[in-house]
Design a protein around this ligand. Sequence first.
Ligand code: NDP
Length: 281
Amino acid sequence: MTARVIDGKSVAADLRASVARRVAAAGFTPGLAVVLVGDDPASAVYVRTKDRAAREAGIEARTIRLPADTPQDLLLQQIAALNADPSVDGILVQLPLPKHIDTYTVIASVDPAKDVDGFHPFNVGALADGRPKLVPCTPLGVMKLLAAAGIATSGARAVVLGRSTIVGRPMAALLLAADATVTIAHSRTRDLPGECRRADILVAAIGKPEMIQPDWIQPGATVIDVGINRLADGRLVGDVAYAAGAEVAGAITPVPGGVGPMTVACLLENTVTAAQRRRGG
Ligand code: NDP
């Protein structure tokens, strides 16, 4: 079998176009503030990508760059100013933060109504409660990919590999809300290949290059690869051994060009949603 390739670039382009149409029809310009602390090169690339995509969609994006040794109090003051600024609809604090800063405290300081990453405890709780408000962008993007590819979630056995607050946990909550039967697997799971093989929908988010082998995949299953791993030779690969996995899966996302573009597109969508809700829409 050769799997159908789920083209994240194309689905993301459609979503970005629909966000741009929403912005054009809204009668106001949504504002997104991205806070970048330090000079991590990967973070700088992500921030530039988000900034460009936002502008292209008609969102006013601004990046607040702070030095790596910024004291936590100063960062919290900066976020408080953005919370109070009526021209700012979405606030995103680029992670990871430098070690002297407590990530949880910073995330919890963002106004939940402007928390376009969906990481604030209020938004985490709302999702866990089955009443999602602003939802983390990567798992939201995965749900949109599944829908675009016509993959039914209701009654499906879904296995989420990874339990981070950014991907694994919210992914499981969204699949559960979409009526899948969900298993969360992680580094302490016994018989990982066996757990994965039971999945009709397998979402891999562990950050281990090509760890998921073809014999971990149920023939015909849908495989969503969230992992982004840079190899020593410069190649970018996912958590799934893609070429061999595609011989077994029914549908599969590539890396790059799968989940990654959806994350940025969903950030734009969350920003417009936050902007409309703040204006009573
Ligand atoms: P984390 O490092 O925060 O979490 C990794 C998870 O994988 C943990 O729950 C960990 O288990 C589990 N894990 C690690 N090693 C193994 C193993 N050998 N066997 C089973 N489980 C394991 O990563 P993130 O969730 O932030 O990111 C995961 C991947 O997704 C990364 O490659 C990241 O780059 C990528 N990513 C991609 C995005 C995109 O837009 N496409 C966005 C965000 C992330 P335990 O909890 O037990 O330690």
